[in-house]
Design a protein around this ligand. Structure first.
Ligand code: C2E
Ligand code: MG
Ligand code: MG
Ligand code: MG
Length: 283
C-alpha cells in the first residue's frame, strides 16, 4: 500500500502536504535537514562463517545522531523517508559512505577481503538510476563489485511487475551479489525465488528468536533453510543471541551467522578493534 501511494504521489506531482499528517511532515523535514547536516552515520555488524569461524562480511546499518533526541534507530525514520521519497538521496548516501569505508579497508589483511552488505529499499529500485548510481559509486570508491551485497526485502520481489527482476539481473551482470532480507516474514508467495538471481537468503530474526523452541518452530526454520539451500542460496541467520540458537542453526545447515552473540553493529574503529581481538585470541 505504501508503495502504491508513493508512486501515485509522484505520478500526479502532489506535494508532501497532501499526503502526510503535519507531525510526519515535520519529521520528514528533520530527516532532510539531518542529511544536509551530516547527522547520519553507519555502523557495521559482523557476519561470521559458521564452519570456519572467519569473518565473512559486515552489514552496514544506518543511525541518526539527532541533536536533541540522541541516536535514533532506522525503524523510526525509514518509513517516513520512503513515504517522502527522501529514501532515494538517503539510500545513495548510505551506499556511497559504506563503499568508501569498505574500500578504505582494502589493505587490511582481514577487512580487505570481506563482503559489504547494504540495505536497499524497494523504492530505490523505482528511482530509475539505482544501477548507474551503484556502478558509479563502486568505480569512485575502488571497491570490487563482487564484494558488495545488495540486501532487498521480499516486498521488492513480490510486488514486482518485472522491472525489479530486470534491475536485479543487471546488478548481477555487473558482478554485484544479492541477498533476500527478512526472509519468511509477511509474504507466502515463493515463486519469485526461482526467477531472481539471489546469492543469499537471510532468515528473519523472528524465527531465530523462537529457538531452540518447540518442534513446530524448529520444523519451520528447517524447511526455510532446506528450501533455500536446494535453490542454491547461501543461508544467513540473523539475530542470533544465544549459543543454543547458534548450535541449532549450524546443525541444520545455515552458512553464516549474524547477531549480538557474535557482535553488535560497530562503528569503524570498534570494528577494527573487534577484528584485532579475535586475531589475538586465535594466535
Ligand atoms: P535488517 O536489515 O534486517 O537489519 C538487521 C537488524 O537486526 C538491525 O537492526 C540489527 O541491529 C538487528 N540485530 C542484529 N542482530 C541482532 C540480535 O542479535 N538481536 C537483536 N535484538 N537485534 C539484532 P537496525 O540496525 O535497527 O535496523 C533495522 C532495520 O532498518 C534493518 O533491518 C533494515 O530493514 C532497516 N535499515 C537499516 N539501515 C538501513 C539502510 O541503510 N537503508 C535501508 N533502506 N534500510 C535500513
Ligand atoms: Mg538487512
Ligand atoms: Mg534482516
Ligand atoms: Mg530484520
Amino acid at each position: 500500500i505504501i508503495y502504491t501511494m508513493t508512486a501515485t504521489y509522484y505520478g500526479k506531482g502532489q506535494t508532501n502536504e497532501q499526503i502526510l499528517p503535519a507531525a510526519e511532515m515535520d519529521f520528514a523535514s528533520q530527516v532532510e535537514t539531518a542529511l544536509a547536516n551530516q547527522q547520519f552515520f553507519l555502523v557495521y555488524q559482523p557476519q561470521v562463517d559458521f564452519n570456519t569461524g572467519k569473518l565473512k562480511g559486515v552489514e552496514a546499518l544506518l543511525r541518526w545522531r539527532h541533536p536533541e533526541k540522541g541516536i535514533i534507530s532506522p525503524e523510526k525514520f525509514i518509513r517516513v523517508a520512503e513515504l517522502t521519497g527522501l529514501i532515494v538521496p538517503l539510500g545513495k548516501w548510505v551506499m556511497r559512505t559504506a563503499c568508501m569505508q569498505a574500500a578504505q579497508w582494502n589493505h587490511d589483511p582481514v577487512l580487505g577481503k570481506i563482503e559489504l552488505s547494504v540495505n536497499v529499499s524497494a523504492l530505490q529500485l523505482k528511482s530509475g538510476t539505482l544501477v548507474e548510481d551503484i556502478l558509479q559509486i563502486l568505480d569512485e570508491s575502488g571497491l570490487a563489485p563482487h564484494r558488495l551485497v545488495v540486501e532487498l526485502t521480499e516486498s521488492a520481489f513480490v510486488q514486482d511487475d518485472g522491472d525489479n527482476a530486470r534491475i536485479m539481473h543487471r546488478l548481477k551482470e555487473a558482478g554485484i551479489q544479492l541477498a533476500i532480507d527478512d526472509f519468511g516474514t509477511g509474504y507466502s508467495c515463493l515463486s519469485y525465488l526461482r526467477d531472481i538471481p539471489g546469492d543469499y537468503l537471510k532468515v528473519d530474526r523472528s524465527f531465530v528468536m523462537e529457538l531452540p523452541g518447540h518442534n513446530k518452530a524448529q520444523a519451520v526454520i528447517r524447511a526455510i533453510v532446506s528450501l533455500g539451500k536446494s535453490l542454491d542460496y547461501r543461508i544467513i541467520a540473523e539475530g542470533i543471541e544465544t549459543q543454543a540458537q547458534a548450535e541449532f542453526l549450524k546443525e541444520i545447515g545455515c552458512d553464516i551467522a549474524q547477531g549480538f552473540l557474535f557482535a553488535k553493529p560497530l562503528e569503524p574503529q570498534a570494528l577494527l578493534q573487534w577484528v584485532a581481538l579475535r586475531q589475538n585470541a586465535e594466535s
